[in-house]
Design a protein around this ligand. Structure first.
Ligand SMILES: [Zn+2]
Length: 60
């Protein structure tokens, strides 16, 4: 079993059966992540947290 770890929450991930979220964009891979291990998330939520992406609400 291939084990990985979410770089945000630290959760252990079974990379073979569960799969994981990885940024495939080449620009981000080069500019944002120092190592391939950092580009590993258990969920879209953790991925968004890592990139400081969240839902914002504007005033009408
Ligand atoms: Zn996570």
């Amino acid at each position: 079993m291939m084990k990985k770890r979410c770089s945000v929450c630290g959760k252990e991930i079974d990379a073979v059966n569960e799969g994981y979220v990885k940024i495939l964009d080449n620009f981000l891979q080069i500019k944002y992540f120092d190592t391939d291990e950092e580009n590993c998330f258990c969920s879209n939520e953790c991925m968004a947290k890592s990139l400081s992406a969240e839902t914002v609400y504007e005033e009408e």
